[in-house]
Design a binder for this molecule. Structure first.
Ligand code: ADP
Length: 264
């Protein structure tokens, strides 16, 4: 600004051509987007605050449910243990959603820290599969190839990437279909792939699904709940490890999601 203040702008640059179509200059339009940026920050702070507040009652509720589960597990009424297990599953889902929003808000305000340590990817993948099978196995999850390699990465955050890719494979494919996860060492990277035989998507959706809040709009996906933040968070986590993440897919045939982490 004239008074020396710095502001955020969005810049459009277009070519100016002469009558022969030769570029003879450029025109620039700068728009002040400070208010839009402030709105973003306010929205993020609000999402962060609400998610944080929602966690407290949810944590107590989960603890109460666990005690109740223990106390009523041997009751004669067969409805009770089943209902409690389903209630627990829903609580877990709600917890995951709230954590997702909390992480988006942390990420955007630069509060996500990557804490790297050495671990074996195979152990992590097996843990995630076991955890998913525990909450009701609806699909066949196969792990035909998993190279035993140590990676230097943030274990918890990579856990959430693998969990997200596997949960999506389950969410977006028919019950009892197969999901295949592999983990291969190449020269410089460790490459993890998650394949499903589900809905799939068009090629241009394969890029956009990593954008914040982006979901594929179709008659098949409309009834599947979600907010489009899982892949956005996963992509950010992988990028902060200097890794790559992408998807290959064919409509109605299935999808394969890949992510890689640099080695050594
Ligand atoms: P959510 O599943 O909550 O919508 P994600 O960020 O995890 O959020 O996924 C974004 C979108 O990408 C989903 O809404 C879905 O349209 C698409 N998608 C993700 N994984 C798959 C998959 N395995 N098969 C087909 N579509 C998928």
């Amino acid at each position: 600004m004239k008074d020396g203040r710095l502001i955020d702008v969005s810049l459009s640059i277009s070519p100016i051509r002469d009558t022969n179509g030769k570029i003879i200059g450029v025109s620039q339009i700068a728009r002040d987007i400070s208010e839009r940026k402030r709105d973003e920050i306010r929205k993020n702070d609000f999402i962060g605050m609400v998610s944080h507040e929602l966690k407290t009652p949810l944590t107590s509720l989960t603890a109460i449910m666990q005690v109740l589960h223990k106390k009523l597990n041997n009751t004669d009424d067969r409805f009770v243990p089943d209902a409690l297990a389903r209630a627990n599953q829903q609580l877990k889902r709600m917890g995951n959603l709230i954590n997702g929003f909390l992480n988006v808000s942390r990420l955007e305000s630069g509060k996500i820290v990557i804490e790297k340590r050495l671990f074996i990817m195979e152990d992590l993948i097996k843990e995630v599969i076991a955890e998913i099978n525990l909450t009701g196995a609806t699909h066949m999850i196969e792990l035909p190839r998993c190279d035993k390699v140590e990676v230097f990465a943030d274990r918890d955050k990579i856990n959430s990437v693998v969990t997200n890719l596997l949960s999506n494979a389950i969410k977006y494919s028919p019950k009892a279909s197969q999901i295949t996860i592999t983990c291969e060492q190449t020269q410089e990277e460790l490459l993890v792939s998650v394949n499903d035989e589900g809905l799939g998507m068009k090629a241009d959706d394969c890029e956009r699904i990593f954008d914040r809040y982006h979901r594929v709009e179709s008659d098949d996906t409309r009834h599947i709940s979600g907010f489009g933040i899982g892949l956005y968070l996963s992509a950010e986590i992988v990028k902060r490890h200097d890794g790559r993440i992408w998807a290959e897919s064919e409509l109605s045939k299935g999808s394969t999601f890949y992510f890689s982490l640099p080695l050594g």
